[in-house]
Design a protein around this ligand. Structure first.
Ligand code: RB5
Length: 145
């Protein structure tokens, strides 16, 4: 499975930690930056990551900023992206089951390493349930028109 990962400076260290974890777990990971803790603007990284997932270059995205809020707002402006801010594993599970989210967004300044790891694991290992949820996701897609 191919995964895009990106963050701003506020979550750079957490992004590096998760990148290593995902590679060790056998995922093919593409890192869209940032590459240091020097201050940058999170929409630039949300855009790069969102476009890679929306164009099917990769299957899912793992996106971070300090809170996860700015990055998720920005990523959700990209057509085809359903970015879910998930602060703990159950949110990630439901984001996949009900919302067919294709980007998990984490708050690097709010979450510990283990919670980030467990949240990403849950996200990448949960299937969309379809059924009534498909109808609702289709309505979200229509809002992009
Ligand atoms: C950067 O200082 C911070 O504003 C950003 O990482 C994020 O939390 C925005 O939503």
């Amino acid at each position: 499975m191919k995964i895009s990962i990106a963050s701003d400076h506020a979550a750079f260290e957490m992004k590096e930690f998760l990148k290593e974890y995902l590679i060790e777990s056998g995922y093919e990971v593409t890192d869209y930056g940032t590459n240091s803790d020097e201050s940058v603007d999170y929409p630039d990284y949300a855009e790069k990551l969102g476009k890679s997932v929306a164009s099917s270059e990769t299957d899912y995205g793992v996106l971070l900023c300090g809170t996860g809020i700015g990055a998720s707002i920005a990523a959700n402006k990209i057509k085809g992206i359903r970015a879910a801010l998930c602060l703990y594993p159950q949110m990630a599970e439901l984001a996949r089951q009900h919302n067919n989210a294709n980007v998990v967004v984490l708050g690097g300044r709010l979450m510990g390493k283990d919670i980030c790891k467990w949240t990403v694991d849950k996200f990448l290992n949960t299937d969309f349930e379809g059924g009534r949820h498909q109808r609702r996701v289709d309505k979200i897609t229509k809002l992009e028109e």
